[in-house]
Write a protein that binds this ligand. Structure first.
Ligand code: GLC
Length: 814
């Protein structure tokens, strides 16, 4: 046929001579000037604006001819201040001196060099070039001892040296293999560690970008296909400094409702009201703690968002109320695709009020997703985001406090897997193509959801879970890592993936426990649950047609172990909530690579088959079948086996015994960890909310000191923002032949419902002869609520129970 038309002589058919695409560079630095807190450096062909925010952070944005645009995406929070460096202009270089760093632009080559005050070359952006079609590529130096971290949700190991990744939010149902370069989230933050120092480069560009630490030998590259090359350089020198500064720049988590830290149960799908109620009753009858049940797409009327199927769910309000009585919340899924159906209110309103994405020519963009042909809201428009947010009153009025955003890359069932790149977003009067802001779509949806929910929840905290996101998403939503499989390999890969997410500002994350696609097994469910209860986000979810993986699906032995570990998460709830609070203040992840706490230990640069839960607790999951032991690396210090109390000298690898019911856990001597009573759901206040502070390896010697601050609030509302919080400071200070315990409320505007405080001194290095002001009582008396202290002869542990808010000091004498 083609031969019959002019297409036969299509220009692409000609053997065109190879035309070398010429990439431009800045050329020489011609001049510079200060403009509104920015330093505009003009090269021969383009320029760059430098803005300093502190002695350790600056922005470098390329501009072509014409307007200098210093706006940012919504990832970046408005800077608190602008810092003025000293300037040194000599023949070869233009130098910005901050006191911490010297940032130099070479006048001949425009190379950008960052040197610290010790004279170490921190980073060197050797060349920066751009193609006539608008792609930009920057080449940075790499060292012999370079290691790379961050980059958000990526497969493969912790250290990203030798890898290459693309930032382009993608729905990947195919198995998540190490070679997959793009998944659902795009966090264009690369952390480079070398010579004992760390820095981060955050590329604030929501189009397609690429980070290549593989192809250029002693260099790595950062490139973007569209839009401006706009980077934030964040110096450490410590890794913790980079994480803290990056999260100050893009925001930290908003304290989530405490119930969202509990155990979540999901399945694609719990098909009807009867099934959901049975599921909930099973949890309660079997005494397996659970806070949330998810409703996947089948709850809707033919996948129309903001509806319930009237046959499957005849009385959602009644069901939700009954579940609330049982302490269980419902989180329904909400996808962005709105079914094309003129009889459907949301679609009708969306069309009539012009909320859907359109092409430049004016026609609505339609793509196929679960509901069939669907339109997609243009969340870049404030009025549309508000419209969408307000629709959530449908859910809040039914008693729903949490929403699950899925398919928001946006995923579309076509070869591109998403919306056409030329679809337009009106962007509040500054139209852009989808290609330019693709990676923002999911975050904009979750922001609209969060804000909409919040405005209809009478001061309660909403919970939003999302699949897609961009830098800053942590302010609005928790993240699950999408469609993994019930493979042991995927269980193992979840560790480095979530660890790097934590270093990239996304602490509230986790995988589908048990695996989503394919079929789980009894052992995999046990091992994955043991590990998963120490992940910040803890949900068991599985796909249509796969082996069931609710905790009781594999008989009594499995059920017993799974119950025990889910219960362990609930007992650790005070500590977990504390870690969330810390993260909301400092940006530190909840689940941490050992590298974060032991940066000088060369053994941990790529250690990612074990992790830290907070700063002091090592979790070492078994991630292979039929295995009842594993090697565990213990860094410097002394470590206590959580289960047996046994002490291990650190700085070496030990072989841990790990039969199916044992997850190896080690706690650092000198650490304090708070545990609470076992609840069946997080805001169950029936049982006494006693808190037990476990003090590890206490010594009656002056060089022993352990500290802990327990943060508490109501866990449910925003009252904490106006100071309704409490902070209980605990210190165990060794003295000559004594140990002094200090118990002090630094803040106490929130009063927790409890009578007692308990202290368990685990494996102390001394036996007390007595405690001033306290009587020695038996272990049984103590367990029954008696005030006093006791010694567990078998373990050597010292147990103390006092009334809350009554004593502020205890002295244990040898
Ligand atoms: C997507 C989600 C998955 C969900 C399914 C049906 O695959 O990633 O979690 O169960 O869609 O909604």
């Amino acid at each position: 046929m083609m031969e019959d038309t002019s297409e036969a002589i299509h220009p692409d058919k000609a053997d065109a001579p190879v035309i070398q695409e010429v990439w431009n560079t800045f050329g020489q630095l011609r001049d510079w000037r200060e403009y509104d807190g920015a330093y505009l450096c003009h090269g021969q062909k383009a320029g760059a604006a430098l803005v300093f925010f502190s002695p350790t952070e600056f922005r470098f944005k390329v501009f072509g001819e014409g307007v200098i645009d210093l706006t940012t995406t919504i990832a970046v929070l408005p800077p608190k201040e602008i810092f003025k460096p000293e300037i040194e202009d000599n023949e070869q270089q233009l130098n910005f001196l901050t006191g911490e760093l010297t940032v130099s632009i070479d006048k001949q080559t425009f190379a950008l060099t960052v040197t610290n005050k010790e004279g170490i070359e921190v980073a060197r952006q050797e060349t920066l070039s751009w193609s006539p079609r608008g792609a930009t590529n920057a080449l940075f130096n790499m060292q012999e001892d370079s290691h790379f971290y961050g980059l958000g949700e990526k497969s493969s190991f912790l250290d990203k040296r030798g890898e290459r990744y693309t930032m382009w939010n993608t729905d990947v149902y195919a198995p998540h293999m190490p070679e997959i370069e793009a998944l659902y989230e795009s966090i264009p933050l690369l952390i480079h560690m070398h010579s004992g120092i760390n820095y981060g480069v955050f590329l604030d560009n929501p189009g397609r970008s690429e980070f290549d630490m593989r192809s250029h030998g002693v260099a790595y590259t950062i490139g973007c296909m569209t839009g401006a090359y706009d980077i934030y350089f964040i110096y450490g020198p410590e890794l913790k400094d980079v994480v803290s500064r990056y999260t100050a720049l893009t925001g930290r988590i908003t304290l989530p409702p405490k119930w969202s830290l509990g155990y979540h149960q999901s399945r694609y799908s719990y098909m009807n009201q009867t099934e959901v109620m049975e599921l909930a009753r099973n949890f309660r009858d079997k005494q397996i703690p659970c806070d949330v049940i998810y409703l996947d797409i089948h709850y809707m009327d033919e996948y129309r968002v903001f509806t319930f199927d009237k046959i499957r769910f005849p009385d959602p309000k009644g069901m939700i109320a009954e579940l609330r009585e049982m302490g269980i919340r419902i989180v329904p899924i909400v996808d962005p695709g709105v079914k094309k159906d003129p009889k459907y209110k949301i679609y009708r309103e969306g069309v009539q009020e012009e909320h859907f994405c359109r092409r430049l020519e004016g026609d609505i963009y339609f793509g196929d997703v679960w509901p069939g042909t669907s339109a997609f809201p243009d969340f870049t428009e404030t009025r549309t985001a508000k419209w969408w947010g307000d629709q959530h009153e449908f859910y809040t009025s039914l008693g729903i406090d949490g929403i699950w955003n899925d398919m928001n890359e946006p995923a579309v069932f076509n070869t591109l897997k998403t919306m056409d790149p030329d679809v337009m977003h009106l962007n509040d009067g500054d139209p852009v193509t989808h290609e330019e802001i693709h990676n923002l779509y999911g975050m904009l949806m979750s922001r609209a959801t969060y804000e909409g929910m919040k405005s209809h929840m009478n001061g309660r905290r909403p919970f939003v879970l999302t699949r897609a996101g961009y830098s800053g998403i942590q302010r609005y939503a928790a993240i699950w890592t999408g469609d993994n499989r019930s493979f042991w390999e995927h269980m193992a890969m979840a560790i480095p993936m979530v660890l790097n997410m934590g270093l990239s500002g996304l602490p509230f994350a986790g995988p589908d426990i048990g695996g989503f696609a394919y079929h789980t097994s009894a052992q995999l469910l046990v091992r994955w649950t043991q590990m998963g209860v120490f992940f910040p986000y803890c949900r068991n979810h599985s796909a249509l047609g796969t082996t069931r993986q609710e905790p009781w699906s594999f008989g009594e032995e499995v059920e017993k172990i799974v119950r025990e570990y889910i219960s362990l998460r609930y007992r650790w709830m005070p500590h977990l909530y504390n870690l969330f609070y810390e993260s909301s203040q400092t940006g530190m992840p909840i689940m941490r690579p050992l590298l974060l706490e032991y940066p000088n230990d060369p053994k941990v640069t790529n250690l990612c088959d074990q992790f830290l839960f907070g700063p002091d607790v090592i979790i070492a999951p078994v991630y292979r079948p039929d295995t009842d032991y594993r090697a565990v690396y213990l860094p410097e210090g002394v470590w206590h086996d959580y289960w047996t109390g046994e002490k291990h000298e650190g700085g070496r690898t030990i072989l841990a015994d790990a039969p199916l019911d044992v997850l190896p856990i080690y706690v650092r001597a000198g650490a304090i960890v708070a545990e609470g009573a076992l609840h069946q759901y997080s805001d169950d206040h029936e049982s006494d909310d006693v808190v037990t502070f476990h003090v590890y390896g206490a010594e009656a010697k002056p060089d022993f000191r352990a500290e802990y601050t327990l943060y508490e609030d109501d866990g449910e509302t925003f009252a904490y923002e106006s100071g309704k919080t409490s902070k209980l400071y605990i210190r165990a200070q060794g003295q000559e032949d004594a140990l002094r315990l200090t118990i002090h409320y630094i803040e106490d505007a929130y009063v927790a419902k409890r009578q007692h405080l308990r202290f368990t001194l685990r494996q102390p290095g001394f036996a007390p002869s007595g405690i001033e002001q306290l009587e020695r009582i038996s272990l049984d008396e103590l367990a029954e609520g008696g005030i006093g202290w006791s010694l567990d002869e078998s373990s050597g542990d010292i147990l103390i129970q006092i009334e809350d808010r009554k004593l502020d000091e205890l002295v244990l004498k040898v």
